[in-house]
Design a protein around this ligand. Sequence first.
Ligand code: XMP
Length: 513
Amino acid sequence: MERETIAVLDFGSQYTQLIARKIRELKVFSIILPYNTTVSELKRYNLKGIILSGGPASVYIQGAPSGDVRIFDLDIPILGICYGTQWIIHILNGKVKRAQKQEYGSAELIIMDFLNLFWGITGTMEVWMSYGDIIEELPEGFEIIGITANSPYAAIRNPERQIYCLQFHPEVTRTPLGKEIIANFLFDRICGCSPNWLIESFIDEKIEEIRSKVGTSRAICGLSGSVDSSTAAVLAHYAIGKNLTCIFIDNGLLRKREKEMIIRAFKDSLKIELVYVDAKDEFLKVLSGITDPKEKRKRIEHKLIEVFEREARKVDGVEFLIQGTLYPDIIENERVSRYSAKIKVYHNGDWFPNTMNFKPIEPFKELFNDEVREIALQLGLPDEIVYRQSFPSSGLAIRIIGEVNEKNLSILKEADSIIQDEIEKNGLYRDIWQSFAVMLPGKSVGVTGDERIYGNVIAIRAVVSTDGMTTEWAELPYEILGKMATRIVNEVPSINRVVYDITPKPPGTIEWE
Ligand code: XMP
């Protein structure tokens, strides 16, 4: 029997992947499809339910995204969320209008029926509202099952046609019991799915997919040492073995011992074909005299493109580029789909240029960081890669406030490795999102022996976070901070002052540049 599937039709919400993720956590297979996927395409899956995501548009404007109305005749339960809800109401001849007061924030949902969607939840629950439009009139056959102070139709259903509609987002953590609602939709109460989908099946499927796509041709993979590109490389290695070539460009901006760690893991342990490119001098040359952070990033990116192209050309018959892109990278970088709001930051540390138009293979583009970590563990990657902290593609260059040169790099690498060493020794590595040293410009006075000397200043940065989007400074014990500072001033020549950065993000950022 083909596996049970929940289709999530994407109307462009930035939360669509969170819906899919919650479903995966509940061990049911889900697939995200464009909002206008036709019923005949949907019939290719063993569909047990359909979820219509939210989205930024309004149903009553011209050209608003609209799905295939025949989904209502499939006799499969449907759950609408925000825009998905409004589209259902609009199509089934109810009325949706612009809300006089738009609502973005928490609200208390008063539950009026506990039979199916709200089974097991008692009384009221906190929900996350985010809408500009509201339902004015329900279509025939619909009844109210939940209200909030501002939304008389916050949760409605048509029991006969098995349609459930929510005006709030059950998929976000700000709806603390949202997962229970999704579980009620998936299992016995509504869709009747069985919780039997596992990450192992995902791995098997992706291996099969890569194998059949690449066949006897060749794929390359740019390795940065990050968990994402490393896991993508190992997955591809299991799929196509010798037909994979990995390229590791050493830009000289890596942390101490990273190069050795990557070579040891890939070449020596996993026996993956790895091309090591020592491009340190080339990168240092383009960075010479540059202090502007944007300019540093730009130059590093251009150099990376140049070196990667040059090296890729040396590999015969490459047709595919394996990339470890994750869903948060996509959402941070570009539009998720035609209708999603743009949230731009910059590419993540795992980015490798596809300027030669290789066919991209991105096995993790729907996954989140911790899901890839789980895959990495299953595939047997070493802990030092699985739990490696995020690291910017511009590397240590953006942790030297000022000019990047060999001398500054070696000072920073030493100080940075002391911080890492103390974090690891004290068993804190996995509790911390990122921890590192930053080299500050200018000098500060210090006394060595009887002499007053001017030395460099190092800032320690250590933050805790669940997603890197918002962070708090890590409350490292004083003894550990003290130990780091003492070691840095004693062991790293030219450093005579150490400070600790206690800025949260926002308004600060993790990196200093
Ligand atoms: P911020 O400093 O904006 O960083 O709080 C968020 C995350 O992004 C990483 N970062 C970069 N990654 N190229 C990258 O690939 C960059 O130029 C860059 N700058 C910051 C940062 O380390 C953190 O994980």
